[in-house]
Ligand binder design. Structure first.
Ligand code: SGN
Ligand code: CA
Length: 532
């Protein structure tokens, strides 16, 4: 019942947008030529607070002029959220416009492979006359479908290597020489150049591996922050009070960086197996957590030392991503393509840059929930804008289709925000977003949880082998340090939010029992390379 109501809502939104921003795109063959090109750029694990357009404590250390240019000449979205903040699941949600429980891709670890027989937006774009390409990170196990050309990272696990990466180019494995961010940009530009004479509009998905773990910077940026001490986030010393069983019980604090993350040199004479173990030392509890770099440091000094190594490499990797984006924008200018090409920059989720003492993502807390999202479309967006509507990654597919004048199927769960971009927020636009994370315990030991994030309040239920509710007032407590679930001042709000959360689960069809949710966490769906 609710599901039907929801689909009608989507239909209406589509009709509205069709009659606003994209009228010229659908009506005649002549106007079809005007359909915009789309360059969807997505990096891996790039937090908003490591982008100068969004600002933060690294403003004096990192400028991202090219990402900022997209924002300054287009729209900066401030409230874009990931529905399941981990790589493969986020990518699957983006491609399908559906939550994990609908697209079947819940987890990275033991998550199996993405079912590529299902509907995805690149397939729809291709079917509707777009030339399509994918370069860079794919990370879904099955071969990309819906692309005229692809060249994706295809080492075991499909995370990609920073140096000398192995790609899969239209079905053939190739080992390339060089730095991944530069190479992936090169392939994107090569494809664009090849398509120059093409009559059809194009859609390119340019997906960087960086700045994902283990954060190996490009040679020219290796010493970018040499001799400096970068600032620590306000919540670096979080004591997890009131959140002992959730935020306080993870394998993602500074103690869980491994030796490879820290770029340490191994002793000589280790066998390949020993070497792997030596590098992986620190990965999880019982496997070297809290290892000390030397005998003289205190525990506190070691944490700070690890943070410095990490943040310097992370930000240096971002620098190369920004350079790559600059090359793409320059190409569009030189070829006169900028006006009618939509350029999006986003990341598959956010990331902890020492916030709450963490690295990695997964939690529904702000630093990992929030995705950067900037968009430039000079033909339609003349004035720079900011947008604060609540948007999620399942909304990307319908929005891109909408902008391209392609019909949005009724079972897509996301909503197009094309009209929001021009200041027409649909009256039924949601003022909260629903989240659900499943992977546990490896990697990083984060309790499975679901929740609702409203404009001011956030409610989370951690349920796997704990039963813990958390509630945050983001206005009073933007850093989410005070779990106010038992604060009588919020009782009425919490009661209402629990009702809304249940309602939202029904609406999306994610209203199974907790045992059924736990069974998803426990199921081994296989690994990305196809083995159990
Ligand atoms: C790797 C990383 C983890 C990370 C996952 C998921 N370990 O396994 O730290 O959480 O990827 O990342 S590593 O030592 O092998 O780099 S994701 O971006 O694919 O979701
Ligand atoms: Ca990621």
């Amino acid at each position: 019942m609710n599901k039907m109501k929801y689909q009608i809502g989507v239909g209406l939104a589509v009709a509205m947008v069709m009659s606003s921003i994209v009228t010229s795109c659908t009506s005649s063959t002549a106007s079809k030529k005007k359909r915009p090109n789309i360059i969807y750029i997505m990096s891996d694990d790039h937090a908003t607070h490591a982008i100068s357009a969004y600002g933060g404590i690294y403003d004096d250390y990192l400028q991202t002029p090219n990402i900022d240019r997209i924002a300054n000449e287009g729209i900066k979205f401030n409230n874009v959220f990931c529905t399941n903040a981990i790589c493969g699941p986020s990518r699957a949600a983006i491609l399908t416009g559906k939550y994990s429980h609908e697209n079947g891709y819940y987890k990275n670890e033991s998550g199996g492979k993405f079912d590529s027989t299902q509907w995805t937006f690149p397939k729809a774009m291709q079917d509707h006359g777009y030339k399509t390409a994918l370069v860079g990170k794919w990370h879904l196990g099955t071969e990309p479908v819906g692309f005229d050309y692809f060249k994706y990272h295809d080492n075991p696990g499909q995370q990609g290597f920073y140096y000398n990466p192995i790609y899969n180019e239209n079905g053939t494995k190739v080992k390339e020489e060089g730095y991944a961010t530069t190479l992936t940009t090169n392939y994107a530009l090569d494809w664009l150049k090849n398509e120059k004479e093409n009559e059809k509009p194009f859609m390119l998905m340019l997906q960087y591996k960086a700045p994902h773990r283990n954060w190996f910077p490009e040679e020219k940026y290796v010493d970018l922050y040499k001799g400096m001490e970068l600032p620590y986030p306000e919540t670096f010393y979080d004591d997890y009070k009131g959140r002992e069983k959730t935020a306080g019980d993870t394998d993602m604090t500074m103690d869980f960086f491994n030796r490879k993350d820290m770029k340490l040199t191994p002793p000589e004479g280790l066998s390949p197996k020993e070497l792997n173990r030596w590098y992986a030392w620190g990965n999880k509890r019982g496997m070297g957590e809290g290892w000390m770099p030397n005998d003289t440091m205190t525990v506190e000094e070691a944490r700070k030392w690890k943070y410095q190594r990490y943040i310097k490499d992370y930000l240096a990797c971002v620098k190369s991503v920004d350079d790559g984006i600059g090359r793409v924008l320059k190409y569009l200018d030189e070829e006169g393509l900028a006006e009618n090409t939509i350029v999006v920059y986003t990341s598959d989720q956010g990331f902890y840059l020492g916030d709450h003492g963490f690295f990695d993502k997964r939690f529904m807390y702000e630093p990992s929930l929030k995705m950067p999202f900037v968009l430039r479309y000079p033909a339609e967006i003349k004035q720079p804008k900011e947008n604060n509507d609540m948007i999620t990654n399942v909304d990307f597919a319908p929005t891109i289709l909408d902008l391209a004048g392609v019909q949005i199927p009724g079972d897509v769960q996301g909503k197009s925000f094309a009209s929001n971009m021009i200041g027409n927020k649909p009256t039924d636009w949601p003022n909260s977003m629903y989240y659900h994370y499943y992977e546990f315990p490896f990697w990083h030991h984060v309790q499975p949880h679901y929740g609702l994030r409203g404009e001011r309040y956030k409610l989370i239920h951690f349920y796997y082998n704990v039963d813990q509710w958390e509630f945050y007032d983001l206005k009073k407590d933007p850093n989410e340090m005070n779990n106010a679930i038992d604060d009588p001042a919020y009782t009425d709000i919490i009661v209402q939010m629990k009702i809304d959360l249940k309602e939202r689960q029904k609406q999306y069809g994610d209203d199974e029992s907790l045992n059924e949710f736990r069974a998803i966490t426990d199921t081994d769906f296989g690994n990305i390379s196809g083995n159990h």
